[in-house]
Write a protein that binds this ligand. Structure first.
Ligand SMILES: [Zn+2]
Length: 429
């Protein structure tokens, strides 16, 4: 088999395309393949798909393709241009690459697979592309994914803030709780940030939202109340965030008490911080005795801890009415504890109680969002903090957006239509 035939088979080329020349440069470690189209072929105008004959050919262009063994492989072609009666002279697009790309689609898809596994710098080391080239593959993949994405609002939303770079800058991450994907990343954590997201949808579409998990963050609450019909029944304050309020209060009590005890030369609370923050069953075996002993001393911290632990039973109720009854008893205990941080936390929870009780109807939490958050944290570390906000946002959508990122056209069954670079698009033989 001749080399041109061999490459025609390898690339899966079909009439009217053929390989006319193959050059191997062992020293440079590359294979160059020239492709030409057969004359006398009718092509479609890329604007209107009307049939037209070749007008001329554009300048030769080169596309990076997947390696042949260990050699970088490059495809050369002069693409035909047609003269459409309506649109004038137009270049036929190459079926193996997207318009304007220097890579074949299969090569881009390979870079996408690598980008999914490592950061942009890692991808350009492995593929030999520049940082900018690898980044632009990622950026294009996200744009492609977004353009293919169906415009619909998820039934169950999760809204969470994420710190960006240093100095208390924030992003708002909107998640689809059912799919476990990031819907979008909004600038800042203001009311206007979230209203901007809701604003893309009609009132009718927003009505379709079943529930929204969020932190007790006033701007998010206000945005949701302003835009989402029936918001009062749909907002669910995340139970882990609610618990954190109480846990933080326990820590405050411990800090204050520890300070007073140390002044008297008593060190019993030293090194115990994490024990008080844990759930009882998570306390490691080797510290259980120590923990039981401290609890026997009548400490304020011990009382605060007991209040925190008892709130955990609240979440076990099946019916909101029973949960509410339990909360009332807990609230009475907490507010009569004479522990200021606990009283303050209990009052915060009470003022938000109606949207804490919605949990018993919808049973959603932001734990999906929290999971995505740790993924986002990794993305941030991979890119040294992403000083560029737009890059950060795109990287999140690339890794967590659940988007169809690939350049290849997939069949309805999800498999690639063709494992070769070539399809018969635009050509009528
Ligand atoms: Zn046309």
């Amino acid at each position: 088999m001749r080399d041109t035939e061999f490459y025609k088979e390898l690339l899966g080329l079909r009439d009217p395309w053929r390989v006319t020349k193959v050059e191997l440069d062992s020293a440079a470690g590359r294979v160059d393949v020239w492709i030409e189209d057969r004359s006398g072929v009718q092509w479609s105008c890329p604007e209107c798909s009307k049939q037209a004959s070749v007008y001329d050919h554009s300048e030769e262009r080169v596309w990076r393709h997947l390696n042949t063994c260990q050699f970088g492989t490059y495809i050369h072609a002069r693409l035909p241009r047609v003269r459409c009666p309506e649109h004038g002279v137009r270049q036929v697009s190459a079926p193996w690459a997207e318009h304007g790309s220097r890579f074949t689609m299969l090569y881009e898809d390979w870079v996408i697979d690598i980008l999914k596994e490592c950061d942009v710098t890692g991808a350009n080391h492995l593929t030999g592309t520049s940082w900018y080239e690898a980044w632009s593959v990622m950026e294009k993949a996200v744009e492609r994914g977004l353009s293919r994405k169906e415009k619909r609002i998820p039934d169950y939303l999760g809204i969470d803030e994420k710190s960006f770079a240093k100095r208390h800058r924030y992003e708002t991450v909107v998640c689809d709780l059912k799919r476990g994907t990031v819907e979008c990343v909004l600038e800042d954590r203001k009311q206007t940030s979230l209203e901007g997201y809701y604003g893309q949808f009609s009132k009718e579409e927003l009505k379709g939202i079943k529930a929204i998990a969020m932190d007790m963050w006033d701007p998010y609450i206000a945005a949701t109340r302003a835009r989402v019909p029936g918001a009062e029944e749909k907002i669910v304050f995340d139970r882990f965030h609610v618990t954190r309020y109480v846990t933080d209060a326990v820590d405050k009590v411990r800090r204050q008490e520890h300070k007073i005890l140390m002044a008297k030369g008593e060190e019993c609370l030293k090194g115990t911080k994490h024990l008080w923050l844990m759930n009882e069953e998570h306390i490691p075996e080797w510290r259980k005795e120590e923990f039981d002993d401290i609890r026997k001393i009548k400490l304020k911290t011990g009382r605060a801890w007991a209040i925190k632990e008892s709130l955990r039973h609240f979440w076990e109720y099946r019916y909101p009415k029973n949960a509410e009854k339990y909360f009332k008893r807990w609230y009475f205990w907490a507010t009569h504890s004479r522990l200021k941080p606990m009283i303050k936390a209990a009052k915060t929870l009470k003022s938000h109680l109606s949207n804490i009780l919605t949990y018993f109807k919808h049973r959603i939490t932001n734990s999906v969002t929290e999971g995505l958050n740790s993924k986002i944290q990794t993305i941030k570390q991979m890119a040294c903090g992403f000083r560029n906000r737009e890059h950060y946002r795109k990287a999140i959508l690339f890794h967590c957006g659940g988007l169809d990122l690939y350049a290849r056209v997939l069949s309805k069954t999800g498999s690639s239509l063709d494992t070769t670079i070539f399809s018969m698009a635009h050509a009528k033989v």
